[in-house]
Design a protein around this ligand. Structure first.
Ligand code: ATP
Length: 576
């Protein structure tokens, strides 16, 4: 809860006004039974019309005041809860942007989405209720008891006997509620995960005709959500009748003793009515409490989940370098080993090589040999477990992450595009770029002609309600996005795999003329044949390095790969 309260401080003015207005409503509520008692005793019993008019007028005025306060309170409470919701969502988003790869692995994407949406909504409802009625219920119980005592101590002490039991019962329910609602949110994560996977992979599911299987998988997460929700609600449904029963018994006892006191003259009718009125309202406050309990339990569970994301790890790497350095592109790996956090095997073992700025490095190797992992070390998505990576002769950790990443262009294995126009997607690499630069990057990635063939050309919308691109078109658009950055180091992770041979040759030819240090991860030797250095990986180790002709002379493995790929191409071309 501390996390949320910190956010409320930003809106403390609105929060204080809301609480003060709630105080006005509470005061009126507390005075009403007393005034009614006075009207009965001084007006009705004494048949004094003037007293009825005066006290009745005051009661009406106070009721109107409470009504106006209630409306204004809602306005300020909404201001605080919506403001806090906005700020929490903003900070969660910012925090997630700065997540390390390790932290991403710790939280499932679906869980992060639930935390940013549903959990924030729960906190908003809780805050709104807190400022609207939450404090009113317990304060009314306390204030109501005190005033009932001033009216008639004997009858009020009957009320007092029941209240501590009900309070303890409520506290116990609250503890149980928080646990149950936390479980509900976890189940909601699972439902969101399956929905997300289904929406993303809809075509695959249809192609494999796995609709029934996925339906079954969805039912398997949807049912536990319902069950868990029912369990939590059942607990809360039990609260209201339990409270009602307890308080009704108390009211009967008050009536019993009240009637006896009336008979012997120890109490006036107005006093009995006032204490009964306080008793009824205290009971109502307890039942309101049971509803608030649900909101509080959910809010509390959600706050914990939000705090987990916002919380900064003690051992987290904090960048202390503020200066922006423009990277030139010299790269060297010195005996670098790397394993993923929490794993016990190295996926890169004692790797050493160096390349000068502007050179091209081809990386070949069987699947799972560590090619992608190697590329990810350069923008510091991960850090080496052993050894040292140097950029421009300086340890990679002595460059600030922003200056490092500003100087690196990355085309990932899977081409990801964003909703928006084609121009937006290319400009995503450099938001300052003008239309000429966008077009130039598209030309370098050999996608310009295709874009010009579309009816809306660069303003064509992608994704939902827009066009869908082929795998090769997506790859080239991702390439243009990386190129527009004019990076000093360009990382291409199997980024030409979906291109036809002719287009790939044209793209590779363009890359040769770029002045950046280019890392090309590829499956085919032909994609890296012209590289200044070729690294051949096997089982996480560098087994050979050199130019194409050097490797042809010295590496049997390279030779074998070359021969087998050559044969495959010949069969493909129909030459044998
Ligand atoms: N996030 C991760 N956490 C743990 N292990 C991982 C992670 N990503 C990859 N690995 C493991 O690291 C090893 C190297 O993976 P990597 O993706 O670098 O291989 P690759 O050579 O790029 O393969 P491919 O050619 O199939 O893309 C694999 O055994 C893989 O299972």
């Amino acid at each position: 809860m501390k996390t949320v309260l910190r956010y409320v401080l930003t809106y403390k003015k609105s929060a204080i006004i809301a609480l003060l207005l709630m105080g006005v409503e509470l005061t009126v509520e507390l005075l009403q039974p007393m005034l009614m008692g006075v009207i009965i005793d001084q007006g009705v019993v004494e048949q004094d019309m003037e007293a009825i008019m005066i006290w009745g007028g005051l009661l009406l005025f106070l009721s109107l005041l409470a009504f106006a306060s209630g409306i204004t309170n809602s306005f300020f409470a909404a201001n605080v809860s919506q403001g806090v919701g906005h700020d929490v969502r903003r900070d969660l988003f910012t925090r997630i942007q700065s997540f390390t790869a390790d932290q991403f692995q710790r939280f499932a994407t679906s869980s992060l989405i639930t935390r940013m949406t549903n959990d924030v909504t729960q906190v908003q409802s809780f805050l709104f209720m807190a400022m609207r009625i939450m404090l009113r219920a317990p304060l009314f119980i306390i204030g109501g008891l005190i005033l009932a005592f001033t009216v008639h101590a004997g009858l009020a002490s009957i009320l007092l006997l029941a209240v501590p039991f009900l309070f303890l019962f409520m506290l116990w329910m609250m503890g149980k509620g928080v646990r149950l609602f936390r479980e509900v949110q976890v189940r909601l994560d699972a439902v969101n995960r399956v929905i997300r996977e289904n929406l993303v992979n809809m075509r695959l599911i249809k192609a494999f005709d796995r609709g029934d299987y996925e339906q079954h998988r969805f039912d398997e997460v949807n049912r536990p959500l319902m069950d868990e929700n029912k369990k939590a609600l059942r607990l809360l449904e039990l609260t209201m009748p339990a409270v009602m029963l307890a308080m009704n018994i108390v009211l009967v006892v008050v009536l019993w003793y009240g009637a006896a006191d009336l008979r012997v003259g120890d109490a006036q009718a107005g006093q009995v009515v006032a204490v009964l009125n306080y008793g009824t309202r205290i009971m109502f406050s307890f039942s309101t409490f049971s509803f608030l309990l649900m909101v509080f339990s959910r809010g509390r569970a959600s706050t914990t989940r939000i705090a987990e994301v916002l919380h900064k790890d003690a051992g987290e790497e904090v960048d202390t370098y503020d200066e922006m350095y423009t990277i030139k592109g010299d790269v060297s790996f010195e005996d670098v080993s790397f394993r993923y956090p929490g794993m016990n095997v190295d996926v890169i073992k004692h790797l050493s090589f160096s390349a000068n700025a502007g050179e091209t490095i081809g990386i070949l190797g069987e699947t799972g040999s560590g090619k992608t992992s190697l590329l990810q070390l350069l923008p510091r998505l991960y850090s080496p477990t052993e050894g040292q990576i140097r950029i421009d002769q300086k340890d990679i950790h002595s460059h600030s992450v922003p200056s490092l990443r500003r100087g690196i262009g990355f085309v990932t294995q899977e081409a990801h595009l964003f909703s928006g126009t084609i121009a937006d997607n290319i400009r995503w690499g450099d938001e300052q770029a003008d239309m000429e630069q966008v077009k130039q990057a598209a030309q370098e990635a050999h996608i310009h002609d295709f874009i010009m063939s579309l009816p809306n050309q660069y303003e064509t919308n992608l994704g939902q309600k827009g066009v869908n691109l082929s795998g090769g078109q997506k790859q080239r658009l991702s390439l243009a996005r990386a190129m527009i950055k004019r990076p000093a180091i360009l990382l291409l992770d199997d980024s030409t795999s979906a291109l036809d041979a002719q287009t790939e040759t044209s793209v590779l030819h363009t890359l040769e003329h770029l002045s950046c240090t280019t890392f090309i991860v590829a499956q085919k030797i032909s994609s890296v044949q012209a590289a200044d250095h070729i690294l051949l990986l096997q089982d996480s180790e560098l087994i050979a390095k050199g130019t194409h002709s050097e490797l042809m002379q010295h590496s049997d493995v390279y030779n074998n790969i070359f021969q087998s790929q050559l044969q495959r191409e010949e069969v493909h071309d129909g030459s044998i």
